[in-house]
Ligand binder design. Structure first.
Ligand SMILES: [Fe+2]
Length: 240
């Protein structure tokens, strides 16, 4: 046997093993990349609310939740399923649809509906009945290291929510080990930029208009003080 044949055979075996291993790693990466959102096989389904529709009263009414969740969130998922039927995106997890369409001018409708589907699932988890108050100690230390104190963080998050012109979202994210505030317009989402969200506040008018009309500040401050789910923020911080 020629030496070159020997090398080719060994190379072939090792390449096959490598490819099998790489495929396994790729599957693992997809499953664990965004562990807080449940992946659904196509067609995507509306995830369950983590509480009853009146559980956030009096800050957010059952009426607002029933429209916001039952009409708006559902519509994003229904539209996305229609837009992705029989396309390369039909069987993709939501997060992959978002990163695969971000910044592409011919995929704007798919991106918008996918990002809004993801953002809303994350928003429902970002609040809880009897939320707000003091964060858990482990998160409090991170907040103090990043902002000097919880009041400074709350003020900066509220400012981001109020200064977002038109529709959008205010976020706490983890960036290079620190907690930071950011805002995004319309459907845009930090995960499209590879960032790690901790919690979000929806500042589209449909999130608050039935309860607060044009008083966005009252809605934002009430969510921060009475509903924000600090345990969810800590869980996301530790996983990021
Ligand atoms: Fe919304």
């Amino acid at each position: 046997m020629e030496k070159s044949d020997q090398v080719d055979k060994n190379d072939g075996i090792s390449r096959r093993n490598f490819l099998a291993g790489a495929a396994g790693l790729a599957v693992t990466a997809v499953i664990t990349e965004f562990p807080n959102i449940v992946h659904a096989a196509a067609p995507l389904t509306l995830p369950q609310l983590p509480y009853a529709d009146n559980a956030l009263e009096p800050v957010i009414s059952a009426n607002t939740i029933s429209f916001h969740y039952g009409k708006h969130h559902k519509a994003y998922i229904d539209n996305l399923n229609k837009l992705t039927a029989n396309t390369e995106f039909a069987d993709m997890p939501l997060e992959k649809i978002i990163t695969g369409t971000a910044g592409k001018s011919d995929k704007v409708a798919i991106f918008n509906n996918a990002a809004q589907s993801w953002n809303h699932a994350f928003y429902w988890k970002s609040m809880r009945p009897k939320g707000g108050g003091e964060p858990p100690d482990a998160l409090k230390k991170k907040i103090e290291a990043s902002f000097g104190g919880i009041d400074a963080l709350k003020k900066e998050l509220a400012n981001a929510a109020m200064s977002q012109f038109g529709s959008g979202w205010a976020w706490l994210i983890k960036d290079q080990g620190k907690i930071m505030v950011m805002k995004t317009g319309n459907a845009d989402t930090p995960i499209a930029q590879g960032k790690n969200p901790l919690v979000t506040i929806d500042v589209w008018e449909h999130a608050y208009y039935l309860d607060y009309q044009n008083r966005r500040a009252d809605y934002v401050n009430a969510v921060i003080d009475k509903l924000i789910n600090w345990d969810f923020a800590l869980e996301n911080f530790e996983k990021a």
